[in-house]
Design a binder for this molecule. Structure first.
Ligand code: PMP
Length: 288
């Protein structure tokens, strides 16, 4: 991704895409201290831009640092960069990291940097309405006493990358991770919902990212009058469900056709939420 035209907003200035670099002794490269956001813009509007910026600030605080740009400054920078790049529909990556002045686990005095990049990105999964095939990861989401699980931090993605690679090597699109207690948690970049008898079930976000798309879809389901429960879900229950879908900024709402050997078909509830989410992000639907 480094060899393309365009601009990256880096520490307050526009840097030509190919020149947006960091030093090899950057703390975050060694100790996983980057925090980041993934956002999408549709038809010129960044969906939930303010919420993403808030979460970015929050993630940094959880990692014990403060981003040296206010939420307003970041929100404006995203908009301005989008105009400069000439995009109306794109994926946006805003990220902050500890710099390279001191080397070692502690880097309290190192400069905190912020950059924003954006690019055009269609569906995260090819042919998404057919449903994706998902396998079970051997890695488990750790306890919130082990890692700050509410942070969207690079260090927490190590097991996501390993899980996704293992899944892809076996021909699957993605992997489901259980949590440290053995309950269903999330995929490597998305939250999960399961449906049986017209009731939507989703795991309680107590040790994994409570996605902005997840919360949006919960609101959309409630607006439709669908029954929804947040609860701990055991992997043994997966065979009881008839529909399954995942949610995330990149994935949007994507049906799942196979999960850990169980087969599902998108039904009316999944289809309604796929289409409501699409209408909402394009401003064709409003939630009160
Ligand atoms: N879980 C993980 C591990 C993720 O990377 C993402 C994508 N950010 C999500 C869940 C969904 O979060 P959101 O809906 O805020 O994009």
């Amino acid at each position: 991704y480094d060899d393309r035209d365009g601009w990256i907003w880096q520490d307050g200035v526009y840097v030509p895409w190919r020149e947006a670099k960091v030093h090899v002794l950057t703390h975050s490269l060694h100790y996983g201290s980057t925090v980041f956001e993934g956002e999408r813009a549709y038809e010129g509007q960044i969906f939930k831009s303010e919420e993403h910026t808030k979460r970015l600030h929050k993630s940094a605080e959880l990692l014990d640092y403060k981003i040296p740009y206010s939420e307003d400054e970041i929100n404006s920078a995203k908009k301005d960069l989008m105009a400069k790049m000439g995009f109306t529909d794109c994926y946006i990556r805003a990220f902050a990291w500890r710099g390279s002045e001191m080397m070692g686990v502690s880097a309290q005095q190192n400069t905190i940097h912020l950059a924003i990049a954006m690019w055009e990105w269609g569906n995260y999964f090819a042919d998404k309405m057919k449903g994706i095939r998902v396998t079970m990861s051997k890695w488990k989401r750790p306890s919130p006493e082990t890692i700050p699980s509410a942070a969207k931090a690079a260090g927490l993605y190590m097991i996501c990358t390993m899980s996704k690679h293992a899944a892809e090597q076996e021909g699957y699109a993605d992997a489901l991770m259980l949590d440290y207690r053995g309950y269903v948690s999330e995929l490597t970049g998305a939250n999960i919902f399961l449906i049986k008898d017209n009731v939507i079930h989703t795991p309680i976000a107590d040790c994994f990212l409570d996605g902005i798309t997840r919360r949006t879809v919960i609101d959309l389901a409630k607006a439709r009058g669908f029954e929804l429960v947040e609860r701990h879900i055991k992997p043994e229950e997966l065979s009881d469900f008839s529909e399954c879908f995942i949610t995330g900024t990149a994935a949007e709402v994507t049906p799942v056709s196979e999960l850990a050997g169980h087969m599902y078909k998108p039904g009316t509830i999944t289809e309604a939420l796929v289409s409501d989410y699409d209408a909402l992000v394009r401003g064709q639907l409003t939630l009160s």
